[in-house]
Each structure stands twice: as C-alpha cells, then as structure tokens.
Design a protein around this ligand. Structure first.
Ligand code: G3H
Ligand code: 13P
Ligand code: ZN
Length: 307
C-alpha cells in the first residue's frame, strides 16, 4: 500500500528501528526493493533523486512506482530525495509522490527554514510529508560536490530551532556520513555524541543519509569480474546499529544498490558471454539487489515490522 512518512517513521522512532529509503531509477531496482521489503515484512521508502527523475521521466517513474506500491503487501512511500527547489517538490507532489525532501542545507539557516516552511505549507494540503536537512554531508549528490573540509556537523540547538520553525516531518542530520563509495580514508567513525544531543531535543524522526555499508564482499564481486573499485569504504553495521539505537528512524542507501547492480551484471556477463537478452542480464542485477536490500533491512532492525 502507498503511504507517506508519517504512517511509518514515528513508529520506527518509538520502537527503535529504522525504515530503509532506497534510491531507484528503473524497473528492476524498484522491483528488487519491493521484493526484499515484502520478503522481510518491512515498510520501505522508494526514493528518486532529481537526476533519477530526469533519467526516467517523471511521468514514467512516478506511475510505475505508484502502481507497484499500491499493490505491495507492505507500506511503501514514494519520496523525492534531495529536492533542491520548491518547484521540483511541487512537481513531484502533482505526480503523486507521498513525500518530498527539500534540501536547502546549502543555504543560510534562515533561508533553509523559509524554503522548508514554504514546501511544508504546500505539501500539507495534499497530505504529503516533508523531510528537510540541517548540517552538510560530504560527497556527491546530484551535481553538487561537497568536499570533506566543507562538511558541517549538525548543531543540536540549531536542529531544535529548525524543526520547530520549519514544521518538517523528518530531519536529516550530519554526523559524519557522506554520499558515495569512499566515505573514510582511515577508521570509520560517526559523531554519536552529537546524535544523542539532537535526539534529546527533537522528537520527530531523524534521518541518516550517506549510510551505505559498501561491504567488501560486494566490492570484491565487482572487482573479480573486471571492476576497479579500489579503497571503497562505507559505514560498518555496528555504527548503523548504534545510530538506530540513538534515534535514527530513516536510513538512505543508494551506493550499495549501485554496487549490487554492477556486481550482478559484471558476473553474469563474464559467466555467460553468449547471452544478449537484456531480461536475463538485468535479472542478475535484480537478484543481487534483493540480497543487498535484505541485508540493509536486517541491519536497520526493520524485519518483521509489518503484520
Ligand atoms: O544522495 C544522493 C543519491 O545517491 C542520488 O544520486 O543524484 O546521482 O541520483 P544521484
Ligand atoms: P549512499 O551514497 O551512502 O548510498 O547514500 C545515499 C543517500 O544518502 C541518498 O540520499
Ligand atoms: Zn542523501
């Protein structure tokens, strides 16, 4: 069934698990996300970035996901990831998205509040939920590249004011994660101390972006069949579990699905050099993504949360 974030996240925050938000841009990835969520009886959020929307076309991607979500045996939200403008949020709402993220984290505090409030006011009329962000993650999202030195941890006091003033339904915070496959040079670490402070001050669900695990078993599979993903490093499961135990209720994952997709196709083509049927090739990607998404759902503690 198709739902918004308020039907799934407050319960996750209360009970101490996180709902996975997984990025898609095509049929096979979407099918794999829903299949994994149904198998493990977990609510799920399907997210599309602006680039994914441009790639697939908003009419195609929204209709496809909504149709699949409505028939799913678990709650599924359709969410805009990192929306940079009011206009894009409005466009997604017009196309049936049940949730949008307005990411004005690159603006000043006051401009971030203003833009978020404008989106919240509009979204409310359609029962659409709004995620906002305060603080800045390093890494690449859409075409915006943020260097590690420009990343800013979320200030707990600012976060509380922001949540109160903007009226957002969920808040993404920066505690040391980053987008992409190269998150740490040395030992992975997150500022759980900052998260604890924020969680004390804010009751709405908190969101962790840039949370892919980039597990060595998937990386090795890419590299074994011709890939060159050297020195990739993600967030270890123990840090994800600690973040969830301390108030994170929504976790975004894209990179892990991309790695799974690539590993599946590389391996399949290497082992089946005479095959040229796209359905067979893409099924290998689908199957591996199901495994990846199931792994993430288990780490988030979201298995068996739907009766
Ligand atoms: O947060 C970033 C996501 O991984 C989206 O990436 O803009 O390349 O679709 P994309
Ligand atoms: P990863 O790059 O760690 O998968 O993060 C994805 C994300 O935050 C999407 O919004
Ligand atoms: Zn993100």
């Amino acid at each position: 069934m198709l739902v918004n974030l308020n039907s799934i996240l407050p319960n996750a925050r209360k009970k101490g698990y996180a709902v996975g938000a997984f990025n898609t841009s095509n049929l096979e990835i979407t099918q794999a996300i829903i299949k994994a969520a149904e198998t493990l009886k977990s609510p799920v959020i399907i997210a599309t970035s602006e680039k994914a929307i441009k790639y697939a076309g908003i009419e195609n991607i929204s209709r496809m996901i909504i149709s699949m979500a409505e028939r799913a045996r678990v709650p599924v939200a359709l969410h805009l990831d990192h929306g940079k403008s009011f206009e894009l949020c409005r466009e997604c709402i017009r196309h049936g998205y049940t949730s949008v993220m307005i990411d004005a984290s690159h603006l000043s505090f006051i401009d971030n509040v203003r833009l978020t409030r404008k989106v919240v006011r509009y979204a409310r009329k359609f029962k659409v939920t709004v995620e906002a962000e305060i603080g800045r993650l390093a890494g690449i999202e859409d075409d915006l590249k943020v260097k590690k030195t420009e990343a800013i941890y979320t200030d707990p006091k600012e976060a509380r004011h922001f949540a109160e003033d903007s009226g957002c339904d969920a808040l993404a915070i920066a505690i040391g994660t980053s987008h992409g496959a190269y998150k740490f040079k040395g030992t992975p670490m997150l500022r759980i101390d900052i998260l604890k402070e924020i969680a004390k001050k804010i009751t709405i669900p908190l969101v962790l972006h840039g949370a892919s695990g980039v597990k060595i078993k998937w990386i090795n599979r890419v590299n074994k069949y011709g890939g060159t993903l050297a020195h990739a490093k993600g967030i270890p499961d123990r840090l994800i579990r600690e973040a969830v135990a301390n108030g994170i209720a929504k976790i975004n994952t894209d990179t892990d699905l991309r790695i799974g997709f690539t590993a599946g196709i590389r391996e399949y083509l290497a082992k089946n050099p005479s095959v040229f049927d796209p359905r067979k090739i893409l099924t290998s990607a689908h199957d591996l993504i199901v495994e990846v998404v199931k792994d993430r759902i288990r780490v988030f503690g979201a298995e068996n949360r739907v009766c």
